[in-house]
Design a binder for this molecule. Structure first.
Ligand code: AMP
Length: 212
């Protein structure tokens, strides 16, 4: 299975991704996590990505497409994969389609849809692990010990781009650049829309029903 998770920031893509990858027995990558790993390791790519991410805008297509295509071409992804946060532009979607054209194409695009007001509420309370990037929310899914990741013991912090000043810009960018992909994949015939407003468990169950 080659699956894409599409949705606005705060829709719960990262939260659902681990469960989906486990269910499908495929590897997963989140473009945002790959950029943040590069920032943590202070690579040239990380420095470049940070200059865009801090402003809540997208990293340019050429850089992003290369990063993801290198991952998709990896041996572990040959039997399937889950992509979270890529593609985010029509240019990225076209590049992925071309790369998949001789591999049977994409199987499924899961679009997690959540109204704007709810997204803002969720993003304001979101925290992630600095090391393994597991997402948390201060009210809905807090770590067992404050500030400590349940998964790896890493430091749980609020991303700079989840702060109120940047969140509005990220949502604006989503509606301008990424939302057109919903129509693109609907026309391609492989889009499934999930109501992401429900609880983490109910959204997970709805996704599982689609996967089954
Ligand atoms: P995320 O962790 O998915 O919310 O992404 C955080 C930030 O990383 C975004 O606001 C963008 O600046 C950058 N980013 C992640 N994925 C992409 C992508 N597919 N294309 C361009 N920029 C991206």
């Amino acid at each position: 299975m080659k699956v894409i998770l599409l949705g606005p920031p705060g829709a719960g893509k990262g939260t659902q991704a681990a469960r989906i990858a486990e269910k499908l027995q495929v590897t997963k990558a989140a473009s945002g996590d790959l950029f943040r790993n590069n920032i943590n390791n202070n690579t040239e790519l990380g420095q470049l990505a940070k200059s865009y991410m801090d402003r809540g805008v997208l990293v340019p297509d050429d850089v992003t497409i290369k990063l993801i295509m290198d991952w998709v071409d990896g041996a572990e992804q040959a039997s399937g994969f889950l992509l979270d946060g890529f593609p985010r532009t029509l240019g990225q979607a076209g590049a992925l389609d071309r790369a998949m054209s001789d591999k049977g194409g994409l199987d499924l695009v899961l679009y997690i849809n959540v109204p704007n007001a709810e997204l803002i509420r969720r993003l304001a309370g979101r925290f992630i692990c600095r090391d393994c990037q597991t997402p948390y929310h201060e009210s809905f899914s807090p770590p067992k010990a404050a500030g400590v990741c349940d998964n790896c013991g890493g430091d749980v912090y609020q991303r700079d781009d989840d702060k109120a000043e940047v969140v509005g810009k990220r949502l604006e960018v989503f509606f301008a650049e990424t939302e057109p992909l919903v129509e693109y994949y609907r026309k391609a015939g492989n889009l499934k829309e999930i109501n992401g407003e429900a609880s983490i468990k109910d959204v997970g169950d709805a996704i599982e029903a689609v996967l089954s």
